[in-house]
Design a binder for this molecule. Structure first.
Ligand SMILES: C[S@@+](CC[C@H](N)C(=O)[O-])C[C@H]1O[C@@H](n2cnc3c(N)ncnc32)[C@H](O)[C@@H]1O
Length: 380
């Protein structure tokens, strides 16, 4: 058994812990921005296959005092780097320093250099070799976190963040992170069977994540490589077996249930391109160019979930125009969506007041550094 740590957008820790319990992790502990979890190698592989909200998974290796560059060097050189950096494997170091009490160690670039020296010196002594640094595409990613004179050394099991599912069209403009979109959908408690509408879908992240969920498609199936595949204990037969098992669990999604509308034609082309890259077949999501001002429910739909991530407005002029749009959302929900649950995800709490309906729940979330809310409206 090992103890791992997965990073998530703040506000999604409980959702992430639920996902980890569903794949068999018995111990989970939420902290702001992440979840510690326990499990064996299969748990780690399943987390990479099945988690929809996690961004990066780490294996914590050591904790030690690092009040100055020498203590940092001593702590790093003690780790058995020769077991990870075998053969011609390359590595990269990510170093973060925070807190107040690191007077002799307050530049992350310098700290990174000391970490690199310690790793190289250890390997030179133990193997006579010297590994290469590759910042773009390393085999082994090392994460060093120094806070208040204390260092936590982690091995990054994931490599590129899990939000990079592999379906993003290069033409998408300012999309939601896939992992955040999946978390928002989880917060709506949408069951994957009733209708789902995003009336301002942009590049389609919410409808695509909804379809992956409805199809019970493990998002890790869309990606070919993770850093743990370069670890000395990587057991490919087990990974393949878990992938096969995940493939056998995919179910068919009925057409005419999931919709994405937007006024912007190029955003919709990016959405359709992303849908193909996500291997979602034509017709499973109905994308159409439509202004919200002309919103009508597709005919014959039972009530379901509508979720919208409207513009937040960066300039003052935008904000004035957007007040009208936010008011229109409230009016439309009230008049046209009886029996539905509607959700607005916004980073502008002032604009949210113009919706004019009382939210029955407010979820606090962070989109990067932006303080956001997911607002729930129950429309009786
Ligand atoms: C914040 S973006 C949505 C991003 C999206 N969630 C994604 O992941 O790509 C807001 C979207 O609202 C659309 N939009 C703004 N006003 C609209 C309106 N009146 N009718 C329809 N779409 C609108 C914009 O074209 C833009 O794509």
């Amino acid at each position: 058994m090992s103890r791992y740590f997965v990073t998530v957008a703040r506000g999604l820790e409980n959702i992430a812990a639920g996902e980890l319990s569903a794949i068999g992790s018995t111990q989970t502990q939420c902290v702001p921005g992440g979840v510690y979890f326990e499990g064996d190698q299969s748990t780690l592989y399943k987390a990479h296959l099945w988690m929809r909200t996690g961004n990066r998974i780490f294996l914590p290796l050591r904790d030690f005092p690092a009040r100055n560059p020498d203590e940092l060097y001593e702590g790093i050189i003690k780790f058995r780097w020769e077991t990870f950096l075998t053969g011609k494997k390359t590595f990269a170091i990510d170093c973060t320093i925070s807190g107040q009490h690191n007077p002799d160690l307050n530049h992350s670039q310098y700290a990174k250099l000391r970490v690199k020296d310690a790793i190289v010196d250890r390997l030179r002594e133990k193997t006579g070799g010297r590994p290469d640094v590759d910042v773009e595409n390393p085999d082994i990613s090392i994460s060093v976190y120094i806070r208040d004179g204390h260092c936590t050394l982690n091995m990054d099991a994931t490599g590129g963040s899990l939000h990079e599912r592999g379906y993003r069209s290069p033409d998408a403009a300012a999309p939601l992170k896939e992992t955040l979109a999946a978390g928002l959908i989880a917060l709506t408690e949408w069951d994957g069977k009733t209708p789902f509408i995003d009336p301002m879908c942009g590049s389609g992240t919410l409808p695509i994540e909804a379809t992956l969920k409805a199809a019970n498609l493990a998002p890790g199936l869309l990606r070919d490589s993770f850093s743990f595949m370069n670890w000395p204990d990587y057991f490919e037969p087990r990974w393949k077996e878990l992938k096969e098992e995940a493939l056998s669990k995919v179910i068919s999604v009925s057409p005419g249930q999931i919709f994405g509308f937007d006024q912007n034609a190029s955003a919709l082309s990016a959405a359709k391109e992303s849908m193909k890259l996500a291997r979602i077949s034509e017709g499973k999501i109905e994308f159409a160019r439509r202004r919200f001002e002309e919103f009508v429910l597709p005919e014959g739909l039972q009530p379901g979930v509508l979720i919208v991530n409207p513009p937040y407005g960066e300039r003052l002029g935008d904000v004035e125009e957007l007040k009208v749009l936010y008011k229109l959302m409230g009016d439309t929900f009230k008049q046209k969506l009886k029996g539905w649950r509607a959700y607005i995800f916004t980073g502008n709490l002032e604009l949210a007041k113009h919706v004019g309906l009382k939210a029955s729940r407010r979820f606090e979330l962070y989109n990067g550094a932006i303080d956001c809310r997911l607002l729930k409206y129950e429309l009786y």
